[in-house]
Unconditional design. Structure first.
Length: 311
């Protein structure tokens, strides 16, 4: 389970209709489908007009009956081919299936949403459709939350995803290894896949936030309010016991730096994509006096974070 959010059980997403929630919703609702396939799209009746790669005009006859996970390529792109393993960035429109009214748009936001990785494991219901599309393509996806206990005013909608860029997805830090590390810090070793292990090395926290790059990536700098994709492991500084690791779940985590503990926000902002960073987070920048699942109150935490993307 992921426990880097500021409070146990708190949602990292700002709400069901934010850009991040929309795109994570693709993965969250994809587990019970074997995928459609570009040659056999599973939705009919939705169309798009406008220049590929620009905000599209979406049309369909209302009220539109949505079947969950159905999808349709409604505009062919003219950019690079999206391949297996790519990370794609998208802009999206969500339209009420009953009225056709736009209920959410990410086209006016400063950054696109980049949480989707093209792999059969992460998006099984959409993998065969998304892989092989060209950048600037738009896909309509049906989302029906009426049977999920959703409290949203709109529980059935069409999401129009436009793929605006692609890049090769990182699964671990890549860059220049930092060699001049302080000798009194914990020692980190990596297995063949990149998962870190901790040797406390007699380390005793001295208070304050410690931020030590272990690998310096060559990507863009992470902004204080951006979202990041990361692989990470966390330990208690008191005894070196691991309490959380995305590596053990077999999948990186995506989250907004505004939604995680302050030590993560302060420690990762300004670092570069591709970097691996050692963080030692004092209680006042972590969970303070509040016990968090397997983390005792007033704990100093040690993390090693591989920054895979920022958006």
């Amino acid at each position: 389970m992921t426990i880097i959010a500021r409070k146990s059980g708190s949602k990292r997403l700002l709400g069901a209709m934010t850009a991040l929630a929309l795109c994570l919703g693709l993965s969250a609702c994809s587990g019970n489908s074997d995928g459609g396939g570009h040659s056999g799209d599973t939705m009919q009746g939705v169309s798009a007009s406008g220049k590929p790669g620009s905000k599209p005009d979406i049309s369909f006859k209302t009220p539109f009956k949505v079947e969950n996970q159905t999808h349709q390529v409604i505009q062919e792109g003219n950019g690079e081919v999206i391949r297996d393993g790519d990370r794609v960035c998208t802009r999206s429109l969500a339209l009420d299936a009953k009225t056709g009214k736009v209920i959410n748009s990410t086209w006016d936001k400063s950054s696109p949403e980049c949480s989707i990785v093209i792999s059969r494991k992460s998006i099984p219901a959409y993998y065969d459709t998304f892989k092989g599309l060209k950048v600037n393509s738009t896909v309509a996806v049906g989302i029906d939350e009426s049977g999920s206990g959703s409290s949203q005013a709109t529980d059935s909608y069409i999401m129009a995803l436009t793929f605006v860029s692609r890049s090769k997805n990182l699964t671990r830090a890549q860059g220049q290894k930092v060699t001049d590390l302080p000798s009194d810090l914990p020692r980190i070793s990596l297995d063949d896949k990149g998962k870190p292990s901790l040797d406390l090395n007699g380390y005793k926290p001295k208070g304050g936030l410690v931020v030590q790059p272990l690998i310096k990536g060559e990507g863009a700098k992470v902004g204080e309010h951006q979202s990041v994709s990361a692989n990470y492991t966390g330990w208690l500084a008191s005894d070196g016991k691991q309490f959380d690791s995305s590596w053990d779940r077999g999948q990186a985590s995506d989250f907004s730096l505004d939604q995680v503990v302050k030590g993560w926000q302060q420690g990762l902002a300004g670092q570069t994509v591709g970097s691996q960073v050692l963080l030692v987070i004092p209680p006042e920048l972590g969970y303070g006096s509040q016990k968090q699942q397997s983390i005792p109150a007033n704990s100093t935490l040690i993390f090693v974070v591989d920054i895979l993307a920022a958006y």
